[in-house]
Ligand binder design. Structure first.
Ligand SMILES: Cc1cc2nc3c(=O)[nH]c(=O)nc-3n(C[C@H](O)[C@H](O)[C@H](O)COP(=O)(O)OP(=O)(O)OC[C@H]3O[C@@H](n4cnc5c(N)ncnc54)[C@H](O)[C@@H]3O)c2cc1C
Length: 393
C-alpha cells in the first residue's frame, strides 16, 4: 500500500523537506500531504525588513504552489492535535489527515518567561503580521512625536531577531527623518549573547553607529502599557524605561499545540527531542527546525536557526522517502557555515566558510546577506524569484 506522508509547517523545515522528499521518492512509493496554517512559505529570517517597508511582503512570501509538485496535496489549516496512536493529524477547522510518517516542522513561538505584563503589551516578531503591526505602531508613534519629544521604541532581547529589528527601526527613522529614539535591551552582558566576542563587538559598533542605545545586563522584570521595568525588590524601586512601542524578541519556546502530542519533549522549552535522523520517541513522528532539539552528540543540539532548519530539511525529506520504502535512515550533522546579521542596510559577517577574514562588515557582508536569502528563495522557488528579491534583502 502507498505510504501516507504528512509534513506540517511551511517554514524552512517544512518547505525544504517537501522539496527534498519529492526529489527522493520513487513513483508510487508514497503520497505527500503538506499542511500549514499559511498557504505560503515565509522567509522568516528576512521578516524584519517588513518593519521598515511592508511592501517587501511580495518578496518574502512564496506561494506553496511554487514549491511543491502537482502530485502532492496541500491542506491549509493550523494543526491543533496529533493522535499518535491512531496516526491522525487534526486541524483547527476539524479536518483530519491520516499518516504513516509525520514530520513536525511548525517552528516556535515567543517565550515570555512569565514576565508580568510582557505578553500583553509587547509586540512579538514571529510572522509577517507581527512585522506589519510593528511598522504601523512605529509609524504612528513617530507621527505623534516631535524632535524635542521623540517616540521611543524599545526592543527587548539582543539575539538575531532583536538586533535586526532595532536595525530596521533605525533605517526607518533615517529614511523618513522620523523623531525616534531606539533602545535595545539585553538581560545578559553583551549583545548576541553566547557568541564570539569579536562578532559581539562588531554588532555593538554597527548598532551604535545606527544610533541605537544598548542596555546590557538589564533584565526586564515587568511591562506596563507605557513602560518596562528593570530589577526592583522590597528594598528598592524598579528602574523605569518608558516606551511608545515595545517589541519582545527575548526567546523561543515550542508551539502550544505540541502540549498534548505524545512525543518526548523538553519540559522547559516544550521542544521535541529528536535523534540525528529526526525520529522522535514515536518512530512514526519526525521533528526538525525550531520545533525540535535535534541531537548533535553529547549534550549538543542543533541551533534554532534558518540555516540549521534548511540543512536539516534536505536530509529529513530524504528520510521520509526512505522510511516509506523501509530503507535505513540517514543521520544529519549541523555544519555551521557562519553568521551574517543585518543592522538595517549594513551587515556583519562572522566565520563564514571560505572567507579569510573572521569578522567583517561593509559591502562584502551586505552582499553575503543578500545572497543567502536569494539562494534560499531560488532553491525553494525559482532563480527569477530569488534574483528579484535581491534589492530588498
Ligand atoms: C526576525 C528574525 C530574524 C532571524 N534571522 C535569522 C538569521 O539571520 N539567520 C538564521 O539562520 N536564522 C534567523 N532567524 C531564525 C529562523 O528564522 C528560524 O530559526 C527558522 O525560521 C526556523 O525554521 P522552521 O521551519 O523550524 O520554523 P518557521 O520558519 O517558523 O516555520 C514554521 C511554519 O509552521 C507553521 N505553523 C506553525 N504552527 C503551526 C500549526 N500548529 N499548524 C500548522 N502550521 C503551523 C508556520 O506558519 C510556518 O509556516 C530569524 C528569526 C526571526 C524571527
Amino acid at each position: 500500500m502507498t505510504s501516507q506522508i504528512v509534513v506540517v509547517g511551511s517554514g524552512y523545515a517544512g518547505a525544504g523537506a517537501v522539496k527534498a522528499f519529492e526529489e527522493e521518492v520513487g513513483h508510487g512509493e508514497a503520497e505527500l500531504t503538506w499542511i500549514s496554517e499559511h498557504d505560503y512559505h515565509l522567509v522568516l529570517h528576512e521578516v524584519h525588513r517588513a518593519i521598515r517597508n511592508p511592501a517587501v511582503e511580495d518578496k518574502i512570501t512564496i506561494p506553496v504552489g511554487e514549491i511543491m509538485s502537482d502530485e502532492s496535496t496541500f491542506v491549509q489549516g493550523r494543526v491543533v492535535d496529533v493522535d499518535t496512536d491512531e496516526r491522525v493529524v487534526e486541524t483547527d477547522d476539524g479536518e483530519t489527515v491520516d499518516y504513516d510518517y509525520l514530520l513536525l516542522g511548525i517552528g516556535s513561538t515567543t517565550a515570555f518567561f512569565g514576565i508580568e505584563g510582557l505578553k500583553e503589551h509587547a509586540h512579538q516578531l514571529k510572522g509577517l503580521d507581527d512585522a506589519k503591526a510593528i511598522h504601523e505602531d512605529v509609524r504612528e508613534a513617530a507621527a505623534n512625536a516631535t524632535r524635542s519629544d521623540p517616540a521611543h521604541v524599545v526592543v527587548g532581547g539582543a539575539g538575531l531577531s532583536g538586533i535586526q529589528t532595532a536595525g530596521e527601526v533605525a533605517e526607518y527613522r533615517d529614511k523618513h527623518r522620523a523623531p525616534i529614539d531606539i533602545t535595545l535591551v539585553e538581560g545578559l552582558d553583551e549583545v548576541f549573547p553566547g557568541n564570539d566576542p569579536q562578532l559581539q563587538g562588531a554588532l555593538r559598533q554597527r548598532l551604535e553607529d545606527a544610533d541605537v542605545e544598548i542596555l546590557t545586563g538589564n533584565f526586564i522584570s515587568k511591562a506596563e502599557e507605557d513602560a518596562v521595568y528593570f530589577g526592583g525588590d522590597e528594598d528598592e524601586d524598579p528602574e523605569e524605561l518608558p516606551y511608545d512601542v515595545l517589541v519582545w524578541t527575548g526567546g523561543i519556546t515550542g508551539q502550544e499545540e505540541l502540549d498534548g502530542v505524545e512525543v518526548e519533549k523538553d519540559d522547559r522549552s516544550n521542544r521535541v527531542f529528536a535523534e540525528s535522523d529526526f525520529t522522535t520517541s514515536d518512530d512514526r513522528v519526525f521533528a526538525i527546525g525550531d520545533t525540535a532539539l535535534v541531537d548533535q552528540g553529547g549534550d549538543d543540539v542543533a541551533p534554532p536557526t534558518a540555516q540549521a532548519a534548511w540543512q536539516a530539511a534536505e536530509v529529513a525529506g530524504e528520510n521520509l522517502a526512505r522510511a516509506a520504502r523501509g530503507a535505513p535512515l540517514q543521520s544529519w550533522e549541523h555544519k555551521d557555515k557562519g553568521t551574517v546579521i543585518s543592522v538595517g542596510e549594513e551587515a556583519v559577517a562572522h566565520d563564514v566558510m571560505g572567507m579569510p577574514i573572521k569578522t567583517f562588515g561593509g559591502t562584502p557582508a551586505k552582499l553575503l546577506k543578500k545572497s543567502i536569502a536569494v539562494r534560499w528563495i531560488a532553491k525553494v522557488s525559482s532563480t527569477g524569484r530569488g534574483v528579484s528579491a535581491f534589492g530588498d534583502m
